[in-house]
Design a protein around this ligand. Structure first.
Ligand code: SF4
Length: 213
């Protein structure tokens, strides 16, 4: 499933919709990730190959574009590069897809949901390359401190991951109109309060989203 939408907590291939009017369209491009979060849907939801979001092969840029060619982009409220894994592991490819979308419809809203660690993965600062292609970057903050962050995400980059993720978030502000940090609602009020402080210090919005089992 490459293009999907969410309806009542289920993933629906947009091919199976009667109408795509007004939907948020998610792009699923990879299963890979630099983290292994304890709460990741890849580990908790109908494991892997049984899950329709699990890709047997990553779609090429052309295959993703070919899927979009089937639709009227005016229908979509927003395009979200999200996926089952970390979308920015395919940063170069997804920026090509975003460029194609913006060429076809310059005011189409685009978003990336990311763990914020992909500059580390690509071994260069990728934030400037989001300019003009991505309207919103939503970074998973997960926790208010580096120890808890690492415990939850089990990031391959170790204890420095938290600071790297915050640095990525700060850098995005120069190139992306909307930058958001997210946490799930089950972390408790005190932790949410601390995360709010971090978001305020950086000057971005904190979004508290419902935990999805
Ligand atoms: S960053 Fe996202 S995709 Fe990666 S392991 Fe964590 S929840 Fe899963």
């Amino acid at each position: 499933m490459i293009l999907y939408t969410l309806y009542r907590n289920s993933y629906i291939d947009i091919k199976n919709l009667e109408s795509t009017k007004g939907i948020t369209c998610y792009v699923n491009s990879t299963n890979r990730c630099t983290c292994s979060c304890t709460f990741c849907l890849r580990q908790t939801k109908e494991m892997l190959e049984g899950n329709t979001l699990w890709l047997k092969e990553e779609p090429t840029v052309q295959e993703i574009i070919d899927e979009f060619e089937k639709y009227d982009l005016n229908d979509f409220q927003e395009i979200v590069f999200c996926g089952f894994g970390e979308p920015l592991m395919r940063h170069d490819d997804l920026m090509k897809v975003a460029a194609y979308l913006k060429k076809r419809k310059p005011d189409l809203k685009t978003r990336v949901n990311t763990n914020g660690l992909s500059s580390l993965y690509h071994q260069r600062d990728i934030t400037s390359e989001l300019k003009g292609l991505i309207d919103t970057v939503s970074v998973s903050l997960n926790a208010s401190n580096k120890e808890e962050y690492l415990r939850l995400t089990r990031s391959r980059y170790g204890i420095e991951s938290f600071d790297e993720m915050l640095d990525f978030t700060k850098k995005c502000k120069a190139y992306v109109p909307h930058v958001v940090l997210t946490v799930v609602d089950i972390i408790g009020e005190e932790e949410i309060h601390k995360c709010q402080k971090i978001a305020d210090e950086i000057g971005v919005t904190l979004r508290v989203r419902p935990f999805e089992e």
